[in-house]
Each structure stands twice: as C-alpha cells, then as structure tokens.
Design a protein around this ligand. Structure first.
Ligand SMILES: [Zn+2]
Length: 200
C-alpha cells in the first residue's frame, strides 16, 4: 500500500449521497447508482488516480477492478456514497476487498487517508512483513501475504534487484534513473528495494 490522493468528487456521487436517506437498502441504492453508468464513472476516476493498481495490494487491475467500500456499507448506510470510503480493489478472493468482505477493524488503514508505507516491509523473495502488530494483522486481514501475491512479487522483484545490484557495482550513476521511474505493479516494494541498494 502507498498513500493515494483523492481527486475531486464527481457531482453524480455527491448528488447520490445527498439524496440517499437509508429508506431503501444499501445494496439496492448502490445497484441503482450503477444503472445509468455513474458507478462506472466513479470507478474509472479512482482507477486513473490509482494508476490502474489495486489500492491495497498494488497489483495490476487488468479490467477486474471493483469499487470497494473501505467500511462495508452493510455496517452503516451512511458510508454507501461517502467519497472518503471508496477505493478500487482487485477482485481476487484471496486478498484485498474480497478477502476483507463485510468485516471491519478499527486498526485498518485507508490508503487515501493515511500513509501506510512505513508499515510494510517488502522483500525480493516476494514476502511482506508488518513493522507493527497492527500492520501484521492488516497483512493477514487483507491477504497481502497470500501465495499468489508473494509469487508474483517474487517473480518481478528478484530480477529487479539483480539489475540494480549489477548496476551498483558496474555503473552506479545509472541508478539515478531508477529514482525517477515509478515501477509498476508493486511500486512500494520496488522503491524499498531500490532505496536499500542506494542506501537511502
Ligand atoms: Zn488487491
């Protein structure tokens, strides 16, 4: 996870929030919001902000993104159209929005509200560790250490690390280039591995 900056709310969402009073169910209200394409607009706006990566695992969305209610709308109808509560997540069952499902824990971090970068440590072998007990719990609750994600991170990060290590001995000035680039997917993990090698 890394810090995301929320863009200006679309008027369609603001309108839906102002007019929804909880008289119909959250699921029905949310479904109706999709009927005229408004929900798609909100999703596309968030996907664009998130660089087409899942807000939680930072994996590529690849046309499978869905709007996740950070706090489930089933727990509180007022968050159904709450702009601060919406993020785009991947749709794998073993992680992120689908994994947390209708649960909610006080220690969870919404990456649009809090900078979570210091909480997680990534390794080139694909593993992730929390830097606190809360972070460890978030990893479990969101499935950020599921075998699928570990394997994919490993495949990408190990070769990235090797390229950097080779450059560090042969052509250290060239590492500057990598500081400017935002690697994707898993930008936070890439950044940590790079910083470790250049000693930042
Ligand atoms: Zn994800």
């Amino acid at each position: 996870m890394h810090k995301l900056n929320r863009p200006t709310e679309l008027t369609e969402l603001a309108q839906a929030r102002r007019t929804y009073t909880g008289t119909i169910s959250q699921d029905e209200a949310w479904k109706n919001f999709g009927d005229n394409g408004e929900r798609t607009k909100v999703r596309e706006q968030l996907e664009n902000t998130q660089n087409y990566l899942c807000a939680y695992c930072e994996n590529t969305l690849a046309n499978d993104g869905h709007i996740d209610h950070f706090k489930p709308k089933s727990l509180d109808w007022r968050v159904t159209f709450d702009w601060d509560n919406l993020v785009v997540s991947c749709t794998y069952n073993d992680s992120c929005g689908k994994k947390k499902d209708n649960d909610f824990e006080f220690y969870w971090l919404n990456p649009y509200s809090t900078d979570p970068e210091e909480m997680f440590k990534f390794y080139a072998n694909g593993q992730i560790r929390g830097t606190s007990a809360d972070a460890e719990n978030i990893i479990k609750d969101f499935g950020l250490d599921c075998p699928r994600l570990e394997k994919k991170r490993n495949g990408i990060l190990e070769s990235y690390q090797k390229v950097l290590l080779d450059l560090a001995t042969e052509q250290p000035d060239a590492l500057e280039y990598f500081l400017q680039a935002e690697e994707s997917p898993f930008p936070t993990a890439h950044k940590q591995i790079l910083n470790e090698i250049i000693g930042a």
